[in-house]
Design a protein around this ligand. Structure first.
Ligand SMILES: Cc1cc2nc3c(=O)[nH]c(=O)nc-3n(C[C@H](O)[C@H](O)[C@H](O)COP(=O)(O)OP(=O)(O)OC[C@H]3O[C@@H](n4cnc5c(N)ncnc54)[C@H](O)[C@@H]3O)c2cc1C
Length: 385
């Protein structure tokens, strides 16, 4: 098996690399989601990406995408991560809402929403999790009562990334109050500026606020904002979740490679003679190589079927645990300087990375849930429940 880029992939990589280097403003390198200028700079950067044809690379041409193979998307993620360029600000629109609208939306919905997602004119958030429904998503309690020609939404969502800057939310709510679990759910597109929608940012362990609580009080949602059938929301939500981990592994792995490069530099500077540290750094390098190959295996399946397979769960699991180990090791190497950050001769990079990495084993599926998926769908073991 030849794991190198094909000639067309190599040409695409060179073109993307040149474009990113010429167009990425220095102030955007390493820009974090919780930083004050994130929205303004992120929107500008995303518009540029879009105008250059780099947004929605794998979206069909009929919907304004480039119709490119998934390998190009993976290459673009790698090239962006290599120089610490922020992702398109509309990651939820591009990666989740858009593909779901393409699969289940009416012609009117496709025309209304897809081009605005690509151009970053409209930003989306995902309103799935609730205080009592995370891993067990089918326990959703937010209600969407059907009332002559529209829905009335009440309830609370939590951990909604980008909700504080979002224009629309993909919402999973219970339209049949007597239903249980997967039945009786409906999938709605909710205008975040509609009366009765309140967003409260949550402060994270990093001190930044990237995600939010959303409260819905008698929010009127027009019938044409229903995706799929009334009561058929679970199947629509599965399309969204299937795409959540799609080619994401490449972006995450490339970012891990950048972090590993920084870890090596730190280890050389501060712990060059320590064989135990060398051993642990080497372990992370080996893990990274395995991760890259897992991603390629997942990509092969994706390119053959067009549908992300369960291998994405393995990549997400290994990446998240590797990132936590790696950032923890960096703090150990920093020693007592690890408690310092900003204005103290220590730039705070590793302190931030370690704190942010805590959420990696929770977001987009907890490690326990991913292990269940791998056990059942990759290894074919009996179902746990
Ligand atoms: C940074 C970040 C961003 C997020 N962004 C969004 C977003 O934009 N939109 C959104 O809707 N949600 C978002 N989430 C929420 C995320 O999807 C949930 O936190 C996640 O699904 C876990 O749900 P929970 O927090 O309710 O934990 P729970 O499901 O209550 O889990 C608690 C613990 O029990 C374990 N557990 C649960 N069920 C099982 C089982 N069957 N077998 C074994 N162990 C189990 C879990 O692994 C975990 O350790 C985000 C979360 C984070 C951290």
């Amino acid at each position: 098996m030849d794991l190198r880029d094909t000639s067309s992939e190599a040409a695409f990589r060179a073109e993307a690399r040149t474009w990113i280097e010429a167009n990425l403003p220095g102030e955007l390198r390493g820009l974090r989601g919780g930083e004050p200028h994130f929205e303004k700079l992120g929107r500008e950067w995303s518009r540029k990406l879009s105008e250059a044809g780099y947004a929605g690379l794998t979206w069909p041409k009929a919907f304004g995408g480039a119709g490119a193979p998934y390998s190009h998307q993976a290459i673009l993620f790698e090239e962006m991560a290599r120089v610490e360029a922020p992702q398109h600000i509309g990651v939820i629109g591009l990666g989740m809402a858009g593909p779901t609208i393409m699969a289940h939306g009416t012609e009117g919905q496709k025309t209304r929403y897809l081009s605005q997602i690509l151009s970053a004119e409209e930003i989306w958030c995902q309103g799935f999790s609730e205080p009592g429904a995370g891993s067990d998503l089918a326990s959703v309690r937010a209600s969407a009562e059907v009332r002559d020609g529209h829905f009335v939404v009440n309830g609370q969502k939590v951990w909604s990334s980008f909700a504080h800057i979002a224009d629309f939310c993909i919402l999973l709510a219970r339209s049949d109050p007597s239903s249980e679990k997967h039945a009786g759910l409906s999938y709605l597109i909710v205008d975040m500026r509609a009366p009765g929608v309140e967003v409260r940012p949550l402060r994270q362990i990093t001190g930044e606020s990237e995600f939010n609580e959303i409260f819905f009080s008698d929010v009127r949602v027009p019938r044409e904002n229903l995706l799929g059938e009334v009561g058929g929301g679970w199947a629509v939500a599965m399309t969204t979740l299937l795409h959540e981990r799609g080619t994401l592994g490449f972006a995450l792995t490339a970012a891990l490679e950048v972090a590993l490069g920084k870890l090596c530099a730190l280890a050389r500077e501060r712990a060059a003679g320590d064989p135990l540290i060398r051993d642990r750094v080497a372990r992370e390098w080996i893990e990274l190589q395995a991760l890259k190959h897992t991603n390629l295996r997942a990509l092969t399946g994706l390119m053959e079927s067009g549908i992300p397979g369960p291998e994405g769960s393995a990549a997400k699991l290994r990446w998240s645990e590797s990132n936590q180990r790696l950032t923890k090791l960096a703090l150990e190497i920093l020693g007592r300087d690890a408690v310092l950050a900003g204005g103290s001769g220590v730039d705070g990079y590793w302190q931030y990375q370690q704190l942010r990495s805590r959420g990696n084993t929770i977001e987009a599926g907890t490690s326990e849930i991913l292990r269940n998926i791998i056990a059942e769908r990759v290894l074919g073991l009996p179902r746990g429940r």
